[in-house]
Design a protein around this ligand. Structure first.
Ligand SMILES: *Cc1c(COP(=O)(O)O)cnc(C)c1O
Length: 432
């Protein structure tokens, strides 16, 4: 069983990705190579859009959390799919603008936006700021006033949900660098302050409860807490939010043991609770937004590498070294992220070789995956790491002066380069 329906094998026993032979793609573009399945990205965006319109109604819409994979072509696809975006830096805003994306549909996140970033965003007509703190309200207000504008904002509120236990723990996620907590009373004051500034227009609330969430329960808890908060604020300040943004975090199946999330059904469950809650409290139903990142792009991605050294440390492990590593995928090094690994030329052979897949950086922690089982590899084989569409290219670095791999899109119309392979000239571009 494959972990996603865009993964298969052909008659030669070669791994295919959305119908393309991975071995042929590796020959054509070289390795390391990021691949992205354009249809899968579009399919996921539509799944969210349709389900949210159907079950939340009232102008509900997904916003693509573009930090998961940020390059010009992704913003064009979002525009073509008529989907909003969230951005977390001026660099992402700049990329979206360069792609021709209308950033009046963008939400600007981050816990420490600089004054330059605030000025840049307002000057270019950003849709919304998601304000993270009181000092940020002050800074956005000051800049908006300077530019003669009234800036729309949401407030980042911390509902205090522990996503791992699904319990509403008052101190759970309260201690976070993001947002202002309901449990401490600070979120209430935050709203009061936001309403005072004359160059800010408060449009609603945002909360982000975590990542790799596989059930509707966490979002239902968030709706519950946020709607109670909405009522308290309505009573205290006579303010009702136009928008309630529930954040991102829907889970992704990286390995076969992970469940497959039913996005539509989860949204339906959340929608039912929301309707009931609004009726119970007698508050207006806000326009619901969600910000999926990884669940839009993760399984639309795959990385291909070429095997170099295969080494057995007697009585210990087998090490299979590939021509990339933590520079193009730092997620195992950062947080032991799980991945499915396949020997692409021998995808139908028994997976009976236990090994650790390591990169080429001078760093022992440069590991892609530990203790995986693949068909016995030899030098020149192609190693495919699945589900790398999120937080791989966007987290890549030039450590050891290694150029970043290209991003090749696979679509109905053929394969094409969305991001070119970096050259050594690119590496020294800013060296004076
Ligand atoms: C990272 C992030 C997201 C996306 O999270 P995923 O796990 O990729 O879906 C959405 N909203 C905010 C505010 C985030 O920081």
């Amino acid at each position: 069983m494959q972990i996603c329906n865009n993964i298969d094998t052909n008659e030669q026993g070669v791994l295919t990705f959305t119908g393309y032979s991975t071995v042929e793609l590796a020959e054509k573009y070289g390795t390391p190579l990021y691949l992205m399945d354009e249809n899968k990205i579009r399919e996921k965006m539509r799944t969210y859009k349709n389900a949210m319109e159907k079950y939340f109604g009232n102008g509900a819409a997904p916003i693509y959390a573009s930090k998961a994979a940020s390059f010009k072509r992704i913003y064009q696809i979002a525009a073509e799919e008529n989907i909003g975006i969230d951005v977390v830096s001026a660099g992402e805003i700049y990329t979206a603008l360069a792609a021709g994306y209308d950033i009046s549909r963008a939400f600007f996140h981050g816990n420490n936006k600089t004054e330059d970033e605030i000025a840049f965003a307002i000057k270019n007509g950003i849709g919304y700021f998601v304000a993270d703190s009181q000092s940020e309200l002050e800074a956005i207000n000051l800049e908006a006033k300077k530019q003669g504008k009234v800036q729309k904002i949401l407030l980042r509120i911390t509902p205090g949900i522990d996503t791992h236990t699904n319990k509403k723990i008052a101190t759970g996620n309260v201690d976070s660098k993001f947002g202002m907590a309901i449990a401490t009373g600070q979120a209430h004051d935050f709203v009061g302050m936001a309403l005072e500034y004359d160059s800010l227009k408060l449009c609603g609330y945002h909360c982000h409860v975590g990542s790799q969430v596989f059930d509707a329960e966490t979002f239902i808890d968030a709706v519950d807490i946020m709607m109670d908060f909405t009522l308290e604020i309505k009573e205290k300040y006579s303010f009702e939010p136009e928008i309630l943004n529930l954040g991102g975090g829907f889970g992704v199946r990286y390995v076969a043991s992970h469940p497959e999330l039913d996005i539509e059904n989860s949204i339906r469950e959340v929608g039912e609770v929301l309707d009931a809650k609004c009726r119970e409290l007698g508050v207006k139903k806000p326009r619901i937004m969600m910000e999926p990142g990884r669940s839009v792009v993760a399984d639309a991605g795959m990385t291909l590498y070429t095997v170099g050294t295969v080494k057995q440390i007697t009585k210990f492990k087998n090490y299979v070294a590939i021509d990339g590593g933590m520079t193009d995928n730092p997620r195992f090094a950062l947080y032991d992220a799980e991945y499915t690994v396949i020997n692409a030329k021998k995808a139908t052979l028994p997976k009976n070789y236990r090994c650790t897949i390591v990169g080429k950086c001078c760093e022992s922690g440069d590991i892609i995956q530990e203790d995986v089982h693949i068909a016995p590899p030899q030098k020149g084989d192609i190693i495919a790491v699945l589900t790398t569409g999120a937080y791989n290219y966007s987290m890549a670095s030039n450590y050891n002066r290694i150029p970043k791999p290209p991003v090749v899109m696979l679509s109905d119309k053929g394969d094409y380069v969305a991001v070119k392979r970096e050259t050594y000239e690119d590496i020294i571009r800013n060296d004076v």
